[in-house]
Design a protein around this ligand. Sequence first.
Ligand code: NAD
Length: 352
Amino acid sequence: MDAFVYTGLPAHVVFGSGTVEKIGEELEALGINKALVLSTPPQAKQAQAIVDRLGDKAAGLFSNATMHTPTHITEQALAEFNRLGADGVVSIGGGSTIGLGKAIALRNDTPQLVLPTTYAGSEMTAIIGQTEDGLKTTQTTLKVLPETVIYDVDFTMTLPPVMSVTSGMNAIAHAVEAMYSAKANPVLSLMAEEAVAAMMRALPKITADASDRDARSDALYGAWLCAVCLGSGGVALHHKLCHVLGGTFNLPHAETHTIVLSHALGYNAPAVPETMARLARATGSDDPAGALYDVAKAGGAPMALKDIGMPEDGIEKAVEIAFKNPYFNPRPLEEAGIRAIIQAAWAGDRPS
Ligand code: NAD
């Protein structure tokens, strides 16, 4: 066996259907007596139900969480936290709401309990991205790692099917790259394979019937494991390309990951036979990159960067930026190969 380093992050996870019922005892275990409940505006009703459930253990509701964690929203939430005498936060939602809870914890070290409702995975990472004056900066600190995560399948039932697929593919990308990044190790690879298998089992079923509770359960279980991969693992070409493309052309996050993943994997495939063997088992296909593409397409996800806002003359610009700031990738970066995968992702071709 090759040498490796493994770093696990502390996590307390409660998983299942109806697990929100444990929220009172979980808050007590964290020593939280007055929780500020956080959500985005569309999820305010769901969050209010938690406030009602908590009774006098809730300090109140702040339902203005916003994508990319703008600092002026964090200041408003923090003022509310202090005004209401809160001593902890409960974040109900996806990465945007969890990001707000993390931003509060970054400033006052308050404990966080999270109820994730998407598959994005922020709840298992010590990473926080914040936006100030249009500029997004990211930092990693254990201060922002949520103490307790209640994965309640019931909270994911309303996630629209196409969003479930793009959110799920975004999660799978974390697991795929964790298997071949510079931080790869056998424990993460075990989780990553299981994560991809669970998610790939679930997504076609959710596409066929969004109310399939068993499939939703598999997807959330897969999302948790993918999130652990993101929190403890590393990334490579796929994430670098998505960062370049998303940042340069202002493309939507999960959709960009969904489109690029199969192409980046196709490029790296010859250099990572062990990962490809795991992915073949996980996808049930001897062409895992093609299988990922097919599941995303069948789920109605956009499959071409040109359809989500990238101009054709951006292809050369993206190739150029992808070569700036060297980073780890299992297969050396070759200009013609990188151009070919960006071109294919732009056009929406099936990976060859
Ligand atoms: P999101 O949290 O922005 O949610 C998108 C929309 O879907 C929101 O309006 C939300 O209210 C709604 N929604 C969420 N769950 C729903 C449900 N079950 N039913 C109906 N509607 C629902 O989206 P996201 O993809 O979860 O998060 C994206 C953000 O998270 C980005 O800013 C990304 O950078 C960040 N992120 C951070 C990390 C990290 O480790 N720091 C990891 C992953 C993502």
